[in-house]
Design a protein. Structure first.
Length: 446
Protein backbone atom coordinates (compact mmCIF):
# COMPACT_ATOMS: atom_id res chain seq x y z
CA UNK A 1 0.00 0.00 0.00
CA UNK A 2 2.82 2.39 0.86
CA UNK A 3 4.54 1.70 -2.46
CA UNK A 4 1.31 2.33 -4.37
CA UNK A 5 0.84 5.62 -2.52
CA UNK A 6 4.36 6.76 -3.46
CA UNK A 7 3.83 5.88 -7.10
CA UNK A 8 0.48 7.70 -7.06
CA UNK A 9 2.07 10.86 -5.64
CA UNK A 10 4.85 10.84 -8.25
CA UNK A 11 2.34 10.29 -11.07
CA UNK A 12 0.17 13.16 -9.80
CA UNK A 13 3.16 15.53 -9.68
CA UNK A 14 4.14 14.62 -13.24
CA UNK A 15 0.56 15.11 -14.46
CA UNK A 16 0.29 18.55 -12.84
CA UNK A 17 3.66 19.59 -14.29
CA UNK A 18 2.59 18.46 -17.76
CA UNK A 19 -0.75 20.33 -17.56
CA UNK A 20 1.01 23.51 -16.38
CA UNK A 21 3.47 23.30 -19.26
CA UNK A 22 0.60 22.76 -21.71
CA UNK A 23 -1.31 25.75 -20.27
CA UNK A 24 1.75 28.00 -20.52
CA UNK A 25 2.35 26.96 -24.13
CA UNK A 26 -1.29 27.86 -24.92
CA UNK A 27 -0.88 31.30 -23.37
CA UNK A 28 2.31 31.88 -25.37
CA UNK A 29 0.47 30.92 -28.55
CA UNK A 30 -2.37 33.38 -27.76
CA UNK A 31 0.15 36.17 -27.17
CA UNK A 32 1.83 35.43 -30.51
CA UNK A 33 -1.54 35.60 -32.32
CA UNK A 34 -2.34 38.94 -30.68
CA UNK A 35 1.03 40.37 -31.70
CA UNK A 36 0.52 39.14 -35.28
CA UNK A 37 -2.96 40.73 -35.44
CA UNK A 38 -1.56 44.11 -34.35
CA UNK A 39 1.15 43.80 -36.98
CA UNK A 40 -1.43 43.07 -39.71
CA UNK A 41 -3.55 46.09 -38.76
CA UNK A 42 -0.47 48.33 -38.85
CA UNK A 43 0.48 46.95 -42.27
CA UNK A 44 -3.08 47.53 -43.50
CA UNK A 45 -3.04 51.19 -42.45
CA UNK A 46 0.29 51.65 -44.27
CA UNK A 47 -1.07 50.13 -47.50
CA UNK A 48 -4.30 52.17 -47.22
CA UNK A 49 -2.46 55.49 -46.99
CA UNK A 50 -0.10 54.59 -49.86
CA UNK A 51 -2.72 53.31 -52.31
CA UNK A 52 -5.30 56.08 -51.73
CA UNK A 53 -3.85 58.48 -54.36
CA UNK A 54 -3.72 55.78 -57.05
CA UNK A 55 -7.31 54.69 -56.37
CA UNK A 56 -8.50 58.29 -56.35
CA UNK A 57 -6.95 58.96 -59.79
CA UNK A 58 -7.72 55.55 -61.26
CA UNK A 59 -4.01 54.78 -61.78
CA UNK A 60 -4.37 51.06 -61.08
CA UNK A 61 -1.04 50.20 -62.74
CA UNK A 62 0.83 51.87 -59.89
CA UNK A 63 -0.83 49.66 -57.26
CA UNK A 64 0.89 46.33 -58.05
CA UNK A 65 4.52 47.46 -57.45
CA UNK A 66 3.34 49.38 -54.40
CA UNK A 67 1.86 46.22 -52.86
CA UNK A 68 4.93 44.10 -53.66
CA UNK A 69 7.20 46.66 -51.96
CA UNK A 70 5.03 46.78 -48.83
CA UNK A 71 4.52 43.04 -48.21
CA UNK A 72 7.76 41.64 -46.72
CA UNK A 73 6.57 38.03 -46.14
CA UNK A 74 4.36 36.94 -49.06
CA UNK A 75 4.45 33.33 -47.85
CA UNK A 76 2.57 34.23 -44.65
CA UNK A 77 0.60 37.35 -45.71
CA UNK A 78 -1.64 37.91 -48.75
CA UNK A 79 -3.02 41.26 -49.98
CA UNK A 80 -5.80 42.09 -52.47
CA UNK A 81 -6.77 45.67 -53.42
CA UNK A 82 -10.28 46.34 -54.79
CA UNK A 83 -11.39 49.43 -56.66
CA UNK A 84 -14.64 51.31 -56.04
CA UNK A 85 -16.61 48.72 -58.06
CA UNK A 86 -15.26 45.80 -56.01
CA UNK A 87 -12.93 44.58 -58.77
CA UNK A 88 -9.50 43.19 -57.71
CA UNK A 89 -6.83 45.47 -59.25
CA UNK A 90 -3.63 44.37 -57.41
CA UNK A 91 -2.51 41.45 -55.24
CA UNK A 92 0.50 39.93 -53.51
CA UNK A 93 1.23 36.71 -51.63
CA UNK A 94 -0.93 33.60 -51.78
CA UNK A 95 -4.09 35.41 -52.83
CA UNK A 96 -5.87 34.49 -56.13
CA UNK A 97 -7.51 37.65 -57.54
CA UNK A 98 -9.62 35.60 -59.99
CA UNK A 99 -11.84 34.27 -57.20
CA UNK A 100 -12.05 37.49 -55.19
CA UNK A 101 -14.59 39.41 -57.33
CA UNK A 102 -17.63 38.48 -55.24
CA UNK A 103 -15.69 39.32 -52.06
CA UNK A 104 -14.92 42.80 -53.38
CA UNK A 105 -18.52 43.56 -54.30
CA UNK A 106 -19.72 42.42 -50.88
CA UNK A 107 -17.06 44.57 -49.23
CA UNK A 108 -18.06 47.74 -51.07
CA UNK A 109 -21.71 47.19 -50.16
CA UNK A 110 -20.85 46.65 -46.51
CA UNK A 111 -18.54 49.68 -46.22
CA UNK A 112 -21.08 51.93 -47.98
CA UNK A 113 -23.78 50.92 -45.49
CA UNK A 114 -21.57 51.51 -42.44
CA UNK A 115 -18.65 53.69 -41.49
CA UNK A 116 -16.69 50.90 -39.78
CA UNK A 117 -12.91 51.36 -39.81
CA UNK A 118 -12.36 47.61 -40.38
CA UNK A 119 -13.70 44.18 -39.71
CA UNK A 120 -12.11 40.72 -39.56
CA UNK A 121 -12.94 37.02 -39.68
CA UNK A 122 -11.99 34.29 -37.20
CA UNK A 123 -9.23 31.82 -38.19
CA UNK A 124 -10.72 29.02 -40.32
CA UNK A 125 -9.86 25.31 -40.20
CA UNK A 126 -6.75 25.90 -42.32
CA UNK A 127 -5.50 28.59 -39.95
CA UNK A 128 -6.22 31.50 -42.36
CA UNK A 129 -7.65 34.78 -41.03
CA UNK A 130 -8.74 37.84 -43.05
CA UNK A 131 -8.84 41.55 -42.15
CA UNK A 132 -10.74 44.04 -44.35
CA UNK A 133 -10.07 47.80 -44.45
CA UNK A 134 -11.87 50.54 -46.49
CA UNK A 135 -9.92 53.08 -48.53
CA UNK A 136 -11.68 56.47 -48.33
CA UNK A 137 -10.91 59.89 -49.70
CA UNK A 138 -9.64 61.79 -46.69
CA UNK A 139 -10.52 65.16 -48.29
CA UNK A 140 -14.21 65.67 -47.52
CA UNK A 141 -15.91 68.70 -49.01
CA UNK A 142 -17.63 71.59 -47.27
CA UNK A 143 -20.39 70.64 -44.87
CA UNK A 144 -19.50 66.92 -44.97
CA UNK A 145 -16.06 67.59 -43.59
CA UNK A 146 -17.44 69.98 -41.00
CA UNK A 147 -19.95 67.36 -39.90
CA UNK A 148 -17.22 64.74 -39.54
CA UNK A 149 -18.64 62.44 -42.25
CA UNK A 150 -16.33 59.90 -43.87
CA UNK A 151 -14.84 60.67 -47.27
CA UNK A 152 -15.76 59.08 -50.59
CA UNK A 153 -15.25 55.28 -50.70
CA UNK A 154 -12.43 54.63 -53.19
CA UNK A 155 -11.95 50.90 -52.66
CA UNK A 156 -11.04 48.27 -50.07
CA UNK A 157 -8.15 46.05 -48.96
CA UNK A 158 -8.17 42.39 -47.94
CA UNK A 159 -5.29 41.20 -45.73
CA UNK A 160 -4.91 37.45 -45.19
CA UNK A 161 -2.60 35.91 -42.61
CA UNK A 162 -1.71 32.25 -42.04
CA UNK A 163 -1.18 31.08 -38.42
CA UNK A 164 1.02 28.13 -39.37
CA UNK A 165 4.54 28.23 -37.88
CA UNK A 166 4.22 24.44 -38.05
CA UNK A 167 7.90 23.54 -38.39
CA UNK A 168 8.89 25.28 -35.16
CA UNK A 169 5.80 24.04 -33.32
CA UNK A 170 6.47 20.42 -34.32
CA UNK A 171 10.13 20.66 -33.29
CA UNK A 172 9.14 22.08 -29.91
CA UNK A 173 6.50 19.37 -29.47
CA UNK A 174 9.04 16.61 -30.21
CA UNK A 175 11.52 18.12 -27.77
CA UNK A 176 8.93 18.48 -25.00
CA UNK A 177 7.75 14.89 -25.53
CA UNK A 178 11.32 13.60 -25.42
CA UNK A 179 12.21 15.47 -22.25
CA UNK A 180 8.95 14.42 -20.58
CA UNK A 181 9.65 10.77 -21.45
CA UNK A 182 13.15 11.13 -19.98
CA UNK A 183 11.69 12.56 -16.77
CA UNK A 184 9.21 9.69 -16.48
CA UNK A 185 12.02 7.15 -17.02
CA UNK A 186 14.15 8.68 -14.25
CA UNK A 187 11.26 8.77 -11.78
CA UNK A 188 10.28 5.16 -12.55
CA UNK A 189 13.88 4.03 -12.08
CA UNK A 190 14.16 5.83 -8.72
CA UNK A 191 10.86 4.42 -7.46
CA UNK A 192 11.84 0.87 -8.46
CA UNK A 193 15.30 1.23 -6.91
CA UNK A 194 13.86 2.54 -3.65
CA UNK A 195 11.38 -0.30 -3.39
CA UNK A 196 14.07 -2.91 -4.11
CA UNK A 197 16.41 -1.34 -1.55
CA UNK A 198 13.75 -1.68 1.16
CA UNK A 199 13.42 -5.37 0.36
CA UNK A 200 17.08 -6.36 -0.09
CA UNK A 201 18.75 -4.24 2.62
CA UNK A 202 17.50 -6.43 5.55
CA UNK A 203 18.74 -9.52 3.73
CA UNK A 204 22.18 -7.97 3.16
CA UNK A 205 22.53 -7.12 6.86
CA UNK A 206 22.14 -10.80 7.80
CA UNK A 207 25.46 -11.88 6.31
CA UNK A 208 27.91 -12.96 9.06
CA UNK A 209 30.78 -14.32 6.99
CA UNK A 210 34.19 -12.66 6.53
CA UNK A 211 34.45 -9.29 4.79
CA UNK A 212 35.62 -10.79 1.50
CA UNK A 213 33.00 -13.54 1.29
CA UNK A 214 30.27 -11.10 2.36
CA UNK A 215 31.36 -8.76 -0.41
CA UNK A 216 31.01 -11.56 -2.98
CA UNK A 217 27.54 -12.48 -1.73
CA UNK A 218 26.40 -8.87 -1.93
CA UNK A 219 27.69 -8.67 -5.48
CA UNK A 220 25.34 -11.53 -6.27
CA UNK A 221 22.49 -9.55 -4.73
CA UNK A 222 23.38 -6.65 -7.01
CA UNK A 223 23.13 -8.96 -10.01
CA UNK A 224 19.68 -10.09 -8.89
CA UNK A 225 18.65 -6.47 -8.50
CA UNK A 226 19.81 -5.66 -12.01
CA UNK A 227 17.93 -8.63 -13.46
CA UNK A 228 14.77 -7.63 -11.59
CA UNK A 229 14.58 -4.01 -12.75
CA UNK A 230 16.31 -4.24 -16.14
CA UNK A 231 13.00 -4.68 -17.97
CA UNK A 232 11.43 -1.63 -16.26
CA UNK A 233 14.44 0.55 -17.09
CA UNK A 234 14.86 -0.73 -20.65
CA UNK A 235 11.29 0.26 -21.62
CA UNK A 236 11.68 4.02 -21.00
CA UNK A 237 15.24 3.91 -22.37
CA UNK A 238 13.90 2.41 -25.60
CA UNK A 239 11.33 5.21 -25.86
CA UNK A 240 13.98 7.88 -25.26
CA UNK A 241 16.32 6.39 -27.84
CA UNK A 242 13.50 5.98 -30.37
CA UNK A 243 12.29 9.57 -30.09
CA UNK A 244 15.87 10.85 -30.32
CA UNK A 245 16.52 8.85 -33.49
CA UNK A 246 13.26 10.09 -35.04
CA UNK A 247 14.26 13.70 -34.36
CA UNK A 248 17.73 13.15 -35.85
CA UNK A 249 16.12 11.90 -39.09
CA UNK A 250 14.59 15.37 -39.57
CA UNK A 251 16.91 17.13 -42.05
CA UNK A 252 15.44 20.54 -41.10
CA UNK A 253 16.16 20.14 -37.39
CA UNK A 254 17.77 23.19 -35.81
CA UNK A 255 21.58 22.56 -35.40
CA UNK A 256 21.54 23.43 -31.68
CA UNK A 257 18.61 21.08 -31.00
CA UNK A 258 20.31 18.36 -33.10
CA UNK A 259 23.48 18.63 -31.02
CA UNK A 260 21.51 18.25 -27.79
CA UNK A 261 19.47 15.33 -29.14
CA UNK A 262 22.71 13.59 -30.18
CA UNK A 263 23.89 13.88 -26.56
CA UNK A 264 20.57 12.38 -25.38
CA UNK A 265 20.91 9.49 -27.85
CA UNK A 266 24.55 8.80 -26.89
CA UNK A 267 23.84 8.85 -23.14
CA UNK A 268 20.73 6.68 -23.58
CA UNK A 269 22.89 4.07 -25.28
CA UNK A 270 25.37 4.30 -22.41
CA UNK A 271 22.55 3.78 -19.91
CA UNK A 272 21.65 0.60 -21.77
CA UNK A 273 25.24 -0.59 -21.44
CA UNK A 274 25.13 0.11 -17.70
CA UNK A 275 21.97 -2.01 -17.35
CA UNK A 276 23.76 -4.83 -19.16
CA UNK A 277 26.64 -4.45 -16.70
CA UNK A 278 24.23 -4.99 -13.79
CA UNK A 279 22.87 -8.08 -15.49
CA UNK A 280 26.39 -9.39 -15.89
CA UNK A 281 26.64 -9.83 -12.10
CA UNK A 282 23.99 -12.52 -12.10
CA UNK A 283 24.85 -13.91 -15.56
CA UNK A 284 28.63 -13.53 -16.00
CA UNK A 285 29.85 -13.32 -19.57
CA UNK A 286 33.20 -13.00 -21.26
CA UNK A 287 34.54 -9.49 -20.64
CA UNK A 288 35.02 -7.37 -23.79
CA UNK A 289 38.36 -5.62 -23.40
CA UNK A 290 40.74 -3.99 -25.81
CA UNK A 291 44.11 -2.26 -25.80
CA UNK A 292 43.13 1.35 -25.16
CA UNK A 293 44.73 4.59 -24.03
CA UNK A 294 43.43 5.58 -20.60
CA UNK A 295 43.91 9.33 -21.06
CA UNK A 296 40.99 10.07 -23.47
CA UNK A 297 38.69 7.92 -21.33
CA UNK A 298 39.47 9.94 -18.20
CA UNK A 299 39.22 13.22 -20.14
CA UNK A 300 35.75 12.31 -21.45
CA UNK A 301 34.56 11.54 -17.92
CA UNK A 302 35.95 14.88 -16.69
CA UNK A 303 34.29 16.82 -19.52
CA UNK A 304 31.00 15.12 -18.73
CA UNK A 305 30.89 16.62 -15.22
CA UNK A 306 32.39 20.04 -16.04
CA UNK A 307 29.03 21.78 -16.64
CA UNK A 308 27.70 20.71 -13.22
CA UNK A 309 31.04 21.56 -11.61
CA UNK A 310 30.88 25.07 -13.09
CA UNK A 311 27.37 25.56 -11.68
CA UNK A 312 28.61 24.55 -8.21
CA UNK A 313 31.82 26.62 -8.58
CA UNK A 314 33.97 23.50 -8.27
CA UNK A 315 37.35 23.59 -10.02
CA UNK A 316 38.32 20.34 -11.75
CA UNK A 317 42.03 19.80 -12.41
CA UNK A 318 43.28 16.93 -14.57
CA UNK A 319 46.95 15.90 -14.67
CA UNK A 320 48.83 13.07 -16.41
CA UNK A 321 52.37 12.33 -15.20
CA UNK A 322 54.72 11.03 -17.87
CA UNK A 323 53.79 8.36 -20.39
CA UNK A 324 50.59 6.39 -19.75
CA UNK A 325 50.85 3.08 -21.65
CA UNK A 326 47.83 1.44 -23.29
CA UNK A 327 45.90 -0.93 -21.04
CA UNK A 328 43.68 -3.91 -21.77
CA UNK A 329 40.38 -2.55 -20.43
CA UNK A 330 36.73 -1.99 -21.25
CA UNK A 331 36.60 1.76 -22.11
CA UNK A 332 32.92 2.21 -21.26
CA UNK A 333 33.23 0.59 -17.84
CA UNK A 334 36.34 2.57 -16.86
CA UNK A 335 34.64 5.81 -17.94
CA UNK A 336 31.62 4.78 -15.85
CA UNK A 337 33.80 4.28 -12.77
CA UNK A 338 35.59 7.61 -13.23
CA UNK A 339 32.38 9.57 -13.83
CA UNK A 340 30.69 7.95 -10.82
CA UNK A 341 33.48 8.97 -8.42
CA UNK A 342 33.57 12.51 -9.89
CA UNK A 343 29.81 12.84 -9.45
CA UNK A 344 30.05 11.69 -5.81
CA UNK A 345 32.72 14.33 -5.22
CA UNK A 346 30.43 17.04 -6.65
CA UNK A 347 27.59 15.88 -4.38
CA UNK A 348 29.62 16.62 -1.22
CA UNK A 349 30.71 20.08 -2.45
CA UNK A 350 27.49 21.92 -3.37
CA UNK A 351 29.01 25.35 -2.55
CA UNK A 352 32.36 25.12 -4.27
CA UNK A 353 35.67 23.31 -3.90
CA UNK A 354 38.30 21.53 -5.96
CA UNK A 355 38.68 18.10 -7.55
CA UNK A 356 42.13 16.85 -8.57
CA UNK A 357 42.42 13.98 -11.05
CA UNK A 358 45.91 12.52 -11.40
CA UNK A 359 47.07 9.61 -13.53
CA UNK A 360 50.56 8.08 -13.32
CA UNK A 361 52.23 4.83 -14.37
CA UNK A 362 54.76 2.77 -12.37
CA UNK A 363 57.08 0.45 -14.27
CA UNK A 364 58.26 -1.18 -11.03
CA UNK A 365 54.76 -2.01 -9.85
CA UNK A 366 53.54 -2.60 -13.43
CA UNK A 367 50.38 -0.62 -12.97
CA UNK A 368 48.65 2.69 -13.71
CA UNK A 369 47.30 4.58 -10.72
CA UNK A 370 44.33 6.95 -11.11
CA UNK A 371 43.71 9.17 -8.09
CA UNK A 372 40.60 11.35 -7.66
CA UNK A 373 40.77 13.69 -4.65
CA UNK A 374 38.29 16.33 -3.49
CA UNK A 375 38.24 19.07 -0.84
CA UNK A 376 34.93 17.97 0.68
CA UNK A 377 34.26 16.87 4.28
CA UNK A 378 35.94 13.49 3.85
CA UNK A 379 34.65 10.06 4.96
CA UNK A 380 34.26 8.96 8.58
CA UNK A 381 36.28 5.94 9.75
CA UNK A 382 33.12 3.90 10.23
CA UNK A 383 31.89 4.62 6.69
CA UNK A 384 35.31 3.89 5.15
CA UNK A 385 34.85 0.21 6.03
CA UNK A 386 31.43 0.11 4.35
CA UNK A 387 31.81 2.49 1.42
CA UNK A 388 31.83 -0.31 -1.20
CA UNK A 389 29.04 -2.35 0.35
CA UNK A 390 25.87 -2.73 -1.72
CA UNK A 391 23.00 -0.44 -0.71
CA UNK A 392 25.14 1.55 1.73
CA UNK A 393 24.74 5.30 1.24
CA UNK A 394 24.99 8.48 3.28
CA UNK A 395 22.77 10.40 0.86
CA UNK A 396 19.06 10.93 1.13
CA UNK A 397 16.87 8.06 0.01
CA UNK A 398 15.75 9.67 -3.20
CA UNK A 399 19.24 10.72 -4.27
CA UNK A 400 21.05 7.40 -4.19
CA UNK A 401 20.41 3.67 -4.05
CA UNK A 402 23.85 2.83 -2.65
CA UNK A 403 24.91 0.85 -5.72
CA UNK A 404 27.29 3.25 -7.48
CA UNK A 405 30.54 2.43 -5.66
CA UNK A 406 29.58 -1.24 -5.49
CA UNK A 407 29.43 -1.31 -9.28
CA UNK A 408 32.77 0.51 -9.44
CA UNK A 409 34.36 -2.05 -7.10
CA UNK A 410 33.14 -4.97 -9.22
CA UNK A 411 34.31 -3.39 -12.49
CA UNK A 412 37.83 -2.72 -11.20
CA UNK A 413 37.98 -6.18 -9.64
CA UNK A 414 37.04 -7.76 -12.99
CA UNK A 415 39.90 -5.82 -14.60
CA UNK A 416 42.34 -7.40 -12.16
CA UNK A 417 42.84 -4.10 -10.37
CA UNK A 418 42.13 -2.53 -6.98
CA UNK A 419 40.10 0.42 -5.77
CA UNK A 420 40.29 1.92 -2.29
CA UNK A 421 38.91 4.95 -0.48
CA UNK A 422 40.79 7.03 2.06
CA UNK A 423 40.97 10.51 3.53
CA UNK A 424 43.53 12.96 2.20
CA UNK A 425 46.36 14.29 4.34
CA UNK A 426 44.95 17.82 4.16
CA UNK A 427 41.27 16.85 4.25
CA UNK A 428 38.73 15.61 1.76
CA UNK A 429 38.36 12.13 0.30
CA UNK A 430 40.58 10.26 -2.13
CA UNK A 431 39.73 7.32 -4.34
CA UNK A 432 42.71 5.39 -5.72
CA UNK A 433 42.27 3.05 -8.70
CA UNK A 434 45.10 0.70 -9.69
CA UNK A 435 44.97 -0.99 -13.10
CA UNK A 436 47.67 -3.55 -14.03
CA UNK A 437 49.78 -3.53 -17.18
CA UNK A 438 48.87 -6.20 -19.78
CA UNK A 439 50.69 -9.45 -18.97
CA UNK A 440 51.56 -10.07 -22.61
CA UNK A 441 53.20 -6.67 -23.09
CA UNK A 442 56.53 -5.27 -21.94
CA UNK A 443 56.10 -1.61 -21.00
CA UNK A 444 58.95 0.86 -20.66
CA UNK A 445 58.27 4.27 -19.22
CA UNK A 446 60.80 6.99 -19.97
Amino acid sequence: MEARAEIGVVASILLVAFLLAFHQSGEAESHSYAALRLRILTLGQTITSRCEPALATGDHAALQPLVMETVAQPDMISVVIFDGQGRPVASAGRADPAIKGHVGRALMTRFRQSHAASYETQPDAAGDQFVYLPVRDRVASGASAAAGAAGRLLGAIELGVSHVPTVLMLQEAWLVTLLYTLLVAIVVALVCARLVVRIVRPLAQQYEATLESRQVEKMTAVGQLGAGIAHEINNPLTAILGYAQLMLEDTQLDPLIRKRVEVIEREARRCGEIVQTLLAYSHPAAQKTEMTDLRPIVERAVERVRPQAALQKVEVQCRFDGVIPPLRINPGEIQQVTANILTNALDVMPRGGRIKVRCAASERERQVTLTIADTGPGISEENLRRVFEPFFTTKENWRSTGLGLTVCYKIIQDHGGRIQARNGATGGAEFVIELPFPKEQTVQIA
